[in-house]
Design a protein around this ligand. Sequence first.
Ligand SMILES: *Cc1c(COP(=O)(O)O)cnc(C)c1O
Length: 217
Amino acid sequence: MPLDDIKARVAAACAAADRPTDDVTLIAVSKVQPLDRVRAVLDQGHRVFGENKVQEAAGKWPALRQDYDGITLHLIGPLQTNKARQAMELAQAIHTVDRPKLANTIARLAQEMGHCPDLFIQVNTGEEPQKAGVLPADADAFIAQVRALDLPLVGLMCIPPVDEEPSLHFALLAKIAARNGLSGLSMGMSSDFERAIAQGATHIRVGSAIFGERDYG
Ligand SMILES: *Cc1c(COP(=O)(O)O)cnc(C)c1O
């Protein structure tokens, strides 16, 4: 679907929720997509992108930044501690802070590097064993812990279970954020971003709806 159509859907969802359109940042998730599709979206003026692997982002974005100004990159996939430095060099936001060891590493590197990307804590709202993120019951304590490290924590992120109504998970994430005074909500993907906007999403992560299906072959 053309980028303009997605933007129109975002605007309509914002209007329906009585929210200004600029409340919602559209992150174009370019993982696995061929470079010509990524460049086509850049050529249309879009500048906010998401990748879920540090390695892949490192192989792609430094070159694209030579050709296009003002790119903002969001890392939305699981982050290993030993890749934290590279992630902090590449990305302006990390959505997947999910454990004390990673938070401590980021804090140490932030001191050393003199800057830190915006951080989101990933919450495993569906309590799925295979999925990253802190459990909802542990979220308040972990948020406090990250804040105590003086890190730029801006919000929470979730990936709902595939077979459940995502709105319930979006509402849970919004509730945890509200009671902790966090304004950022990274939630909603190609199939459910309108529902996420209705529940207060500030960052939606949309891949296949913009770029087409990913070919993992
Ligand atoms: C791939 C990915 C997306 C985008 O998924 P689509 O269904 O293609 O929109 C969003 N969030 C995360 C964390 C992802 O890994």
